[in-house]
Design a binder for this molecule. Sequence first.
Ligand SMILES: [Zn+2]
Length: 101
Amino acid sequence: DKLNTAIHEFVHLIDKMDGTIDGIPHALLEQSYVIPWINLMHEEMERINKDKSDIRHYGGSSQIEFFAVAAEYFFSRPKLMKRKHPDIYQMLSKCFTPDEE
Ligand SMILES: [Zn+2]
């Protein structure tokens, strides 16, 4: 239920807008948030790979896939994500719904 192929592929395109596909949407994310976002990704990827996260397992394979898989979750189950992953939710909000921040 957190899987959405259209969102997933769309987010890869967004990721690519800055010329590098790396899970870091420089076009959407202020520079000061880049390091915190990388740290958040790595912490949660570690949890995914230890089966301690409810984020889809594929997200643990790389930063690129983490960003796409987390965005699927963000758009399909926003309230659940806000509750279970408040930091990731907040960061993705900055990217995708900047007016609400
Ligand atoms: Zn992908």
